[in-house]
Design a protein around this ligand. Structure first.
Ligand SMILES: Nc1ncnc2c1ncn2[C@@H]1O[C@H](COP(=O)(O)OP(=O)(O)OP(=O)(O)O)[C@@H](O)[C@H]1O
Ligand SMILES: [Mg+2]
Length: 313
């Protein structure tokens, strides 16, 4: 078993009566990219802010690099870099001066500071814009500088909170490439997103989060495997639904059938084959199909399957 660098056990965080994080447990292995995937309000930023030592937990235990989050905060801080969802940059200062500011917070001075600034500017491809005020940057450039700021002190562990929101496809690809390069250098990365295709592409393992709870955890392949061959949602007249259910369940490529949101939810071994079988059955029994939706297996459909909700509302 690879070593866990982050261990979270029974984490709870409340804001007044609202439970933002409700008993979350997971472990991030050294050198992996771990994704927290969930819709707005799932509790991703709250979880990450706690791990980044910016917000105290109400209950639960967290260790990072073997140190206790609450009792040994000072040992943890140098190990971690945090790239917040909201940009944390000074718009009137140049890129260089922004990075110098963050570097000084971590005790970097003189030549060491200059070398680190140059290195992270290179890493995010902004060396030639070092002297320009951040307010003149595009959205994607600001995001990249935000990432550079989180890397200035060479952390072993990087927390990235939705680093691609509001970013054009080219900058997004840039950011993906940086993240993959950091992983190749051995960094451990905890990454939140509500874009399932990002999680599928980047993450070694993904935890699906909704309303403060983790619903599933595994490699993208394992999670997609939960769906088998995909799911078909079929709308039929309400009075025919129950009657047809057993014969649909008996079709060769169907695994399970339930009624969800006024439609038949057909879990399949192969969506393509099951679809043909189900349409044939309805035609033979003269049952009109009122609506039809086929979800190919991907993380988005896994989320819908687990919660009955879409990832993007
Ligand atoms: N400072 C706060 N005070 C009160 N409630 C808060 C605060 N921050 C977050 N919450 C609530 O906690 C819950 C989780 O919020 P959080 O920001 O962690 O979600 P998120 O998964 O990051 O969402 P998003 O995808 O929109 O960034 C939400 O219901 C939110 O309204
Ligand atoms: Mg958030």
């Amino acid at each position: 078993m690879p070593r866990c660098v982050i261990e979270v056990n029974g984490l709870i965080k409340r804001y007044g009566d609202r439970v933002a994080v409700n008993g979350v447990s997971f472990c991030v292995q050294e050198g992996e990219i771990f994704g927290l995937l969930g819709p707005n309000g799932a509790g991703k930023t709250t979880t990450l802010s706690i791990l980044a030592t910016l917000l105290p937990p109400d209950e639960g235990q967290v260790t990072i690099g073997g140190y206790d989050l609450v009792r040994e905060t000072n040992q943890i801080k140098p190990l971690i870099g945090f790239v917040p969802q909201e940009l944390a940059l000074y718009p009137t200062l140049s890129a260089w001066d922004n990075l110098a500011f963050f570097g000084r917070i971590y005790g970097l001075r003189g030549t060491a500071l200059k070398e680190r600034i140059a290195a992270v500017l290179d890493l995010v491809g902004l060396r030639d814009r070092a002297g320009d005020a951040v307010r003149t940057f595009s959205g994607g450039m600001k995001r990249r500088l935000n990432i550079a700021a989180g890397l200035i002190h060479r952390p072993r562990i990087l927390f990235l909170d939705e680093p691609t929101v509001g970013v054009d496809p080219q900058s997004r690809n840039f950011i993906f490439e940086h993240i993959e390069r950091l992983k190749a250098e051995g960094m451990t990365i905890l990454y939140t997103t509500h874009y399932m295709e990002e999680a599928e592409r980047l993450c070694d393992r993904v935890a699906i989060m909704d309303e403060g709870r983790l619903l599933a955890l595994g490699t993208p392949k394992e999670l997609i495997g939960l769906l088998g061959g995909g799911v078909i949602y079929m709308g039929l007249a309400p009075d025919r639904m129950e009657a047809l259910r057993p014969s649909i369940r008996a079709l060769p490529h169907v695994r399970a059938v339930s009624i969800q949101g006024g439609r038949l939810k057909i879990e399949t071994i192969s969506a393509r084959h099951a679809l043909l079988e189900a349409i044939e059955l309805c035609a033979a029994q003269d049952v009109p199909i009122l609506s039809l939706e086929v979800l190919e297996p991907n993380l988005e459909s896994v989320f819908l399957h687990l919660t009955g909700k879409r990832l993007r509302d």
